[in-house]
Design a protein around this ligand. Structure first.
Ligand SMILES: [Zn+2]
Length: 170
């Protein structure tokens, strides 16, 4: 008789660190699966994106869910902007379930993504225009490579953008 048991899958797939703070970033399987489905793996696919949700304390930022893209977004090969009403609905819906809005994600048509000047500007505008409790937001860019190699995440504040050093959790 052969019995096979699936190993429990790790809750968090990607772990991140910043150089000068002890805070840890963790990205859950569910969130990673969501954004990975929208990778720009064909020459004609447009950018996709949306919002990131989870929990935050002094020790850890946990990205648990990602939402979007939505009908009514502005999408092209090199540009993404969420439909603001749909994004607001997603934020209110997750808030009811105790998940905080942590920031934004979008895809890039490159294997190992880097932030464009437009991305930095967009994040700064978002921070200055929103009434958030925190003065920093996550910006996640999803490239074409799989897992940590295809992801780039920054914590963006009005003063600086700091990039998280990512690794796949064992
Ligand atoms: Zn971008």
């Amino acid at each position: 008789m052969i019995c096979s048991f699936a190993k429990p899958k790790p809750e968090h797939l990607i772990i991140g660190h910043l150089t000068e703070t002890p805070q840890v970033l963790s990205i859950a399987r569910l969130a990673l699966q969501h954004v990975s489905r929208h990778r720009q793996s064909t020459p004609w696919s447009a950018e996709a994106g949306g919002q990131l949700f989870g929990t935050i304390n002094a020790a850890k930022v946990c990205v648990i869910e990602a939402s979007g893209p939505y009908a009514g977004d502005e999408r092209s090969r090199y540009r993404y902007r969420s439909n603001p009403a749909a994004a607001q609905c997603a934020i209110e819906d997750r808030h009811k379930r105790g998940l905080l809005y942590l920031g934004e994600w979008h895809t890039h048509a490159e294997d190992h993504p880097s932030a464009s000047g437009l991305d930095d500007d967009a994040m700064r505008r978002l921070i200055s225009s929103s009434q958030l409790n925190s003065n920093a937001l996550l910006m996640m860019i999803v490239g074409r490579a799989r897992s940590a190699a295809g992801l780039a995440v920054w914590s963006v504040s009005s003063e600086a953008a700091r990039q998280w050093i990512l690794s796949a959790s064992p």
